[in-house]
Design a protein around this ligand. Sequence first.
Ligand code: HEC
Length: 121
Amino acid sequence: MISLKKPVLLPALATALLLAATVGPCPARAQSAADEGQKLAFDRSKGNCLTCHEIKGGGMAGNVGPALTDIKKKYPNRADLVEIITDETKRNPLTVMPPFGRNHILTDKEIDAVVDYLQTL
Ligand code: HEC
């Protein structure tokens, strides 16, 4: 009789653990978005930002664009950064920076993560 209870209890425990893992505190989630943003920025088949920008911690960087430092000070308004990454040709029609949003190289969610990361620079 007792052994019958086990299969009922285990799924309940699993559900409780799953809930505890997904409802994390906000700062932790912001940190993981920035981490994800760094991965996307450094990934050669995604953001590929290092081809043109020096970024702290990134190797083999190019210098076609300015080094990405003090970004939060330079662009305190995150909407400006979203704009730059989504489509820099709006600010500068002659830019060589790819319009990551307009060309669907990055999704809106990925751009958000990259901006979270840029704001840590
Ligand atoms: C092909 C080269 C190239 C790539 C790849 C590139 N950029 Fe740029 N980026 C530029 C250039 C050039 C500028 C200078 C502004 C302009 O051309 O309008 C710039 C400007 C910027 C600026 C404004 C910097 C400032 O100091 O005002 C930011 C922020 C930026 N890029 C972020 C990124 C991010 C994030 C990525 C990757 C997702 C990226 N860029 C990929 C070439 C590039």
